[in-house]
Design a protein around this ligand. Structure first.
Ligand code: NAD
Length: 491
């Protein structure tokens, strides 16, 4: 048996609670390799008793962990980062097995997870409060930051390591125990990370992983009275459900869906714009919250852009992520986004869009069983087409021409979402107008990498509340306390 299968077999049916792996008592959910439609293992659905016990252990771990000097928490995160980097290839194989993305992409994600550990370790020691002078002599206000308490981290399947890691690292750095409920489609990456936290010497109860379904285990964490914060990444629908179903006042950070536009004006470097569009529309098979879903191109360069975009997209190599580690694209991770991709494509064609490339499953035996689809472009799209209105979360992009920038910005903003927007132009006024007028949390200009580790990343409107990354992302795990002190000096 290969090493990755051994790891998955060892983690199958396990929960990580109180610092160790235990066999879950609950029902089993199968986990499949989406590139081959093969069963790879099972997860246990955490039972109400297991949820209660795990939360109780996390509550017990809270004050001792929050009371440690920040340097101790930082050292644990540095150790975690080193352990993850040392085993990047092993962890990436497990991710590819359960998620379908090419091995090299998975390894890149694991490396970025290790960087996140080191970033939050460095930030952990720089959290401090303020001393505020009072109007009355003899008084002083101390503004302290205190760790919020136990956090539930509920995560999706598209980035199984980073989306767990950002929450885990910030929580651990702040002094908050974290209970992770990973996606039922990609649970083994999260359990593997938990194993590294154990090796890094993070105390029992500080990090736990409870596997299971969203409506059962996820909702049980949302409902639990001893969990004061829920950090969620997933669909806008589930985010809203969590907000509406919260039985008590809780801190929520919700990183939700998007329907991200790219604007290309006649002042763009067209070659760069094409490269950016291909990367951000199709990477991870379009299963990225900040994927480019729709492209607006100034009419004078529209046909030229379409020609180059089609040619570049046709060069993308698609394959089984384990057999073709360097492929650009792997299998899709699950059936639902593949069906949605087909639905959005058909809707666009029915409403008069022009198919430029893709539109079918790639040819060949290797693609027969898995969830594969060619990267697809539809042109001459109109605003009522689903591809221009909704998050597709698949390898499909819609393109439309525009005549002036006012129109393009209005089209870009005409969506309930507000996560990210992309612009290609070399014109300084256009750059400043787009930066100011695009109503999103992240604007990337002349490139497509909207998020970096040391700047806040979050969405607006139905794309969410709160931020991850950066100092701001860490501070979300703290609450203020104002201590007003009468010391009498000078009073
Ligand atoms: P999803 O909302 O279906 O599931 C996300 C997680 O929530 C899973 O772990 C699921 O089990 C759990 N869940 C489901 N119902 C729940 C409930 N009632 N209570 C508590 N937990 C529940 O999302 P998905 O399909 O796994 O992920 C894809 C979505 O995630 C896309 O919409 C994508 O845009 C979004 N996403 C957003 C970001 C961001 O940073 N904004 C990043 C990645 C993905």
């Amino acid at each position: 048996m290969s090493e990755m299968h051994e790891v998955v077999t060892r983690l199958s049916g396990k929960l990580f609670a109180q610092g160790r792996f235990i066999a879950g008592e609950g029902a089993r959910i199968p986990v499949r390799n989406p590139a081959r439609d093969e069963l790879i293992g099972h997860i246990a659905v955490a039972t109400p008793f297991e949820v209660r016990e795990t939360v109780a252990a996390a509550v017990a771990a809270w004050r001792p962990w929050a009371g440690q000097p920040a340097r101790v928490r930082a050292a644990a995160l540095h150790a975690l980062g080193r352990l993850i980097l040392e085993d990047a290839a092993g962890m990436a194989e497990v991710m590819t097995l359960e998620q379908g993305k090419p091995f090299n992409e998975a390894q890149g994600e694991i490396r970025k997870l290790a960087e996140a550990c080191h970033f939050y370790a460095e930030e952990a020691v720089r959290v401090h409060g303020e001393v505020i002078p009072n109007d009355q002599p003899g008084y002083q206000s101390l503004v302290l930051r205190e760790a919020i308490g136990v956090v539930a981290a509920i995560t999706p399947w598209n980035y199984p390591a980073e989306l767990v890691g950002w929450k885990l690292c910030a929580a651990v750095a702040a002094g908050c125990p974290v209970i992770i409920k990973p996606s039922e489609f990609t649970p083994f990456t999260a359990l593997y990370i938990a194993d590294k936290t154990r090796q890094a010497g993070i105390p029992p109860g500080v990090v736990s992983v409870l596997t299971g379904d969203g409506a059962g285990v996820g909702q049980a964490l949302v409902d639990h009275p001893d969990i004061p914060k829920v950090a969620f990444t997933g669909s806008s629908r589930t985010g809203l459900r969590i907000q509406q179903s919260c039985p008590a006042i809780k801190r929520l950070s919700l990183e939700l869906g998007g329907n991200c536009p790219l604007l290309v004006t006649r002042h763009a470097d067209l070659q760069q714009a094409v490269q950016g569009a291909v990367r951000r529309a199709f990477r991870n098979m379009g299963q990225i919250c900040i994927a480019i879903n729709r492209i607006y191109v100034e009419r004078t360069v529209y046909e030229d852009f379409l020609m180059q975009l089609t040619a570049a997209t046709r060069k993308l190599v698609i394959g089984d992520g384990l057999l073709s580690p360097q492929a650009d694209l792997g299998a899709m991770a699950q059936v639902a986004p593949l069906q949605k991709t087909r639905q959005h494509l058909q809707d666009a064609l029915d409403k008069g869009a022009r198919l430029l490339t893709g539109g079918a499953v790639p040819q060949g035996e290797a693609f027969d069983k898995g969830l594969f689809f060619q990267p697809s472009i539809v042109a001459d799209c109109t605003p009522e087409m689903l591809v221009m209105r909704e998050e597709t979360f698949g390898p499909l992009v819609g393109v439309a021409p525009f005549d002036d920038l006012d129109e393009a910005i209005a089209l870009a903003n005409d969506t309930p979402y507000g996560l990210a927007a992309y612009v290609y132009t070399q014109n300084l006024q256009e750059i400043h107008r787009c930066a100011a007028e695009l109503d999103v949390g992240n604007v990337a200009i002349n490139h497509v990498d909207a998020g970096i580790m040391n700047a806040p990343y979050g969405g607006r409107k139905q794309s969410g509340i709160g931020v991850e990354h950066g100092r701001e992302g860490l501070l979300e795990y703290f609450q203020f306390k104002h201590v007003r002190l009468r010391h009498g000096v000078g009073g």
